[in-house]
Design a protein around this ligand. Sequence first.
Ligand SMILES: [Zn+2]
Length: 142
Amino acid sequence: MKSKRCGNCGSFEITKNKVNGPFRWKDYLMVYLASPISLDQCNACGETMRKPGDSEKVDQAVEESLRSYTQFFISKILERENCKQIDLAARLGVSPEYLSSLKAGSKIPSFQTFNFLRTLAMNEGAFQVAAPENATKLAQAS
Ligand SMILES: [Zn+2]
């Protein structure tokens, strides 16, 4: 067996590890997987080494995780606010059709939309603050 060498630090201590990120994907700089995948990794510096086929495996795992985080955020917001999808779509600035495809998992949002969903899901007050009519009120008050 040919011993592998780390392209980053030159160490030969490469083993197959369970890795959950962070991975870069499209406009997402750091994605952590919902469940880790096996990849060759340098134990000295942490660099992951991708064999042929590994990049597809990473992309697939990243997409699967982003899809499930997105679906989780959306159902959490809809349940907590007891609102219609059209109300959430208005706050996100996306069409109701697009929100439906995110909810169904057939599309993955841009990082900007993902981050907004995460904020709305994690902060109870943020949903009200993001209501479109609040921008009007704020403009009228000044
Ligand atoms: Zn290394």
